[in-house]
Each structure stands twice: as structure tokens, then as C-alpha cells.
Design a protein around this ligand. Structure first.
Ligand code: NAD
Ligand code: GLY
Length: 361
């Protein structure tokens, strides 16, 4: 078991990695929760882990109930939030109660938003069960839902009181979802830690074979890097948190250009990371050896590094983003080598097009 402590003054919290869902009740008890506990999960995760978490919390002496939302990004809406408020009221939750978010990033974002807003905020615990949520979305306090016009438009910064990660839940995760999370883990190596990138290169096959020790290390190192960023820029005011968007500018445009149907988030980010590698190479911010290594590690994680989308469709989505972002599209690039980043908002459109054309098959 490994622990990372995210230090934010009175909102400091631990991230436990490699703990078992069967013991979560004991950990909640240590946090001095005196009221009722409501587990929010989805239909898929409930079948796999609902009873286990419910039993553990029950055994620790809490009055606990569970509610399930439908599975899918399309349910990450204010309608679902409204339904959950009603459940909170019917379950008689108050400020001494606790919400437990059991599931992937969708459940974590929605349940966290409900916790942030119900009675102006009640405590919540993140129990992420996808690799993406374990290395990224459960850490850092961004919670929220989608608006019909834009993803993650409605939300808050609201930190959990702990993040409780049972690596063994990844055994039931579909491989494509696992790979999607790997894209974010690789991203941390590129933006912050060249040595970690090298370890991921060395261990990729073991990680994909779910070698528990190596997966635990990967989640731990990823959480440490995210912790470093969030501690220095919790609410995205200093600019540092933007480095987490490495590969995401193009990734988001690719997701939008394909109506969020063709690619999982990490897959689109993978294509985006290859693309910004090519742009950085053209700008002499990354040499060929590194662009090649980045492409190779993503391919070994079975992530897409090429695409079949008409380049103009992706550019159109970038231009749409540009309108929203005061006429500038911001790119996170490596600055000379992985581990160091630079933000650029003046990349010529021709250069972006060229990189995307090179990737098109
Ligand atoms: P997800 O929550 O949709 O989970 C993916 C699929 O895996 C779902 O079908 C889910 O039911 C299933 N699943 C979850 N755990 C499982 C398990 N252990 N075994 C079998 N199936 C399991 O997707 P995700 O990739 O975890 O999260 C994506 C969401 O996270 C998006 O909404 C994105 O906007 C959000 N996100 C938020 C942040 C943040 O900082 N808050 C960061 C990144 C992404
Ligand atoms: N996933 C981006 C962030 O937490 O800021």
C-alpha cells in the first residue's frame, strides 16, 4: 500500500493506493464521519463492487445506502444531478453525512458535484475504479457535469476527504478503457518526469498484463505528479495546471470532430500527444529520437497514433475553440525534452495541419 498526501491546508487529504474495497469502512471510520453514508455508483460498477463496498461500510457501523445512475457520459448531466439531490433528501443526508463516489470519472465527477452543492457542501470520498480515474480524475477536486453545448461546463473545485484506490478493480475493466488511462499516465512522464517515462517504457508489457506491483507504482507516480501540480495551482489561477492539458488541445478537437463516438478520451489524447510531438519537432523543441519514443510507447500501450479524420474537420473544431478562448489556441509543448513544458498560443495553422496530415492514414 502506498499513500500520497495532497497538501492544501485545511483541505489536505490522503490518496491511498493499493488498498482493498473490503476495508473501506475502517478508513471512513477513521475520518470521524458521524452521519449517514450514501454510495453513488452506476449500474455496471454496482454489479461488480456495490455489495462489497456496502458491506464494508455497514460492518463499520454506519447507516449506509446505495444509489445507481445509468452508465455513460451522456448521463453526466444536471438532470442526473437533480435526481441525486432527491435521493439525498429522501435518504435524509445532512452536513454530517458522507457521499462515496464508486466508479470511473463520470461517477466521480457527478457524485463530487452533488457533494459540493448539496446543502452547500458535504464531505465525499472518491473510490475510482478505472485507470483513468485512478491516475487523473479522482485527484485534484474538479467536479462537474456537461452542458448540451460544452463538456464539463458546469462544475466546481471541491476536494474529496480521501481518495481510496483498489488496484484490483482494474481486473474487470475492459482493455480499451485501461489503455485510455495509460495515455494519461504516459502524459505525466512527458510533462514532468523523463525517468518515469523511461520506467513506463521498460514496464509497459508488465503493466498491461496487470502486474499489481507495477500498476501500483504507475498509479502512485501519476498521483504524485498530479498532486505536485494541484498543490501549486489548485484553482487554475497560476497557469501551471494547464500543463495537464498536454495532448488535450488536439485530443478535444478530435473527440468533437467525431461526435465523441469514435475515440475514448485517452485515445484522442494519444493522437494529440503524437501531433504536438511533431509540432515540437518542427519548432526544434524535441528531437526525432524523442518523437519516435513517444509514438512507440503509445503504440505499445495499444493506443492510436494515427487517425482517419479529414484534417479540416479537426481544424474547424480548433477554430471553434479559438473563438471561445479569445482568439488564441493554446498548446502545451515539450521544451527541449520530456519533463519540461512550454505553452504556445501562436502555432501557425499550417504547422498544425501538416502534423495532422502526417498522422492521417
Ligand atoms: P467512465 O467513468 O465512463 O468509465 C468507463 C467505463 O468503465 C464505464 O462503462 C464504467 O461503467 C466502466 N467501469 C468503471 N469501473 C469499472 C471496473 N472496475 N470494471 C469494469 N467496468 C468498469 O470513464 P472514465 O474514463 O473513468 O472517466 C471519464 C470521465 O472523467 C469523463 O467524463 C471526463 O470528463 C472525466 N474526467 C474528469 C477529470 C477531472 O479532473 N475531474 C479528469 C479527466 C477526466
Ligand atoms: N484533468 C485536468 C485537471 O485536473 O486539471
Amino acid at each position: 500500500m502506498k499513500t500520497v498526501e495532497l497538501k492544501l491546508g485545511v483541505r489536505t487529504y490522503p490518496i491511498y493506493i493499493g488498498v482493498s474495497l473490503t476495508h473501506i469502512g475502517d478508513y471512513i471510520k477513521e475520518k470521524n464521519i458521524t452521519g449517514k453514508v450514501l454510495i453513488i455508483t452506476n449500474t455496471t460498477v454496482n454489479k461488480l463492487y456495490g455489495d462489497m463496498v456496502m458491506d464494508s461500510i455497514n460492518r463499520s457501523g454506519f447507516e449506509v445506502s446505495i444509489t445507481k445512475i445509468a452508465d455513460g457520459e451522456e448521463f453526466k448531466t444536471l438532470d442526473t444531478v437533480n435526481t441525486l439531490y432527491q435521493v439525498c433528501i429522501d435518504s435524509r443526508l445532512d452536513r454530517n453525512s458522507l457521499i462515496v463516489a464508486l466508479g470511473g470519472g463520470v461517477v466521480g465527477d457527478i457524485a463530487g458535484f452533488v457533494a459540493a452543492t448539496f446543502m452547500r457542501g458535504i464531505p465525499f470520498v472518491q473510490v475510482p475504479t478505472t485507470l483513468l480515474s485512478q491516475v487523473d480524475s479522482s485527484v485534484g477536486g474538479k467536479v462537474g457535469v456537461n452542458h448540451p453545448e460544452s463538456k464539463n461546463m458546469i462544475g466546481a473545485f471541491y476536494q474529496p476527504m480521501m481518495v481510496y484506490i483498489d488496484i484490483s478493480t482494474l481486473k474487470t475493466l475492459p482493455e480499451r478503457e485501461f489503455n485510455s488511462g495509460l495515455a494519461e499516465a504516459i502524459k505525466y512522464g512527458i510533462i514532468r518526469d523523463r525517468k518515469y517515462f523511461t520506467v513506463l517504457e521498460r514496464d509497459m508489457m508488465k503493466i498491461k498484463a496487470l502486474n499489481i506491483e507495477r500498476v501500483e507504482y504507475t498509479v502512485w507516480r501519476s498521483c504524485q505528479i498530479k498532486k505536485w501540480v494541484v498543490e501549486l495551482d489548485e484553482k487554475e489561477t497560476t497557469g501551471l495546471r494547464e500543463i495537464l492539458n498536454y495532448g488535450h488541445t488536439i485530443g478535444h478537437a478530435i473527440e468533437a470532430a467525431t461526435n465523441y463516438k469514435t475515440y475514448l478520451h485517452g485515445e484522442a489524447v494519444s493522437i494529440g500527444m503524437v501531433c504536438v510531438g511533431k509540432i515540437a519537432k518542427e519548432l526544434k523543441l524535441l528531437n526525432q529520437m524523442w518523437t519516435h519514443r513517444i509514438e512507440r510507447i503509445l503504440a505499445r500501450a495499444d493506443l492510436p497514433v494515427t487517425h482517419k479524420i479529414p484534417v479540416n474537420k479537426i481544424i474547424d473544431k480548433l477554430i471553434l475553440d479559438k473563438k471561445v478562448l479569445n482568439g488564441k489556441v493554446r498548446f502545451v509543448l515539450t521544451d527541449g525534452r520530456p519533463g519540461k513544458t512550454i505553452i504556445k498560443d501562436d502555432i501557425p495553422e499550417e504547422l498544425i495541419k501538416k502534423a495532422l496530415e502526417e498522422q492521417k492514414v
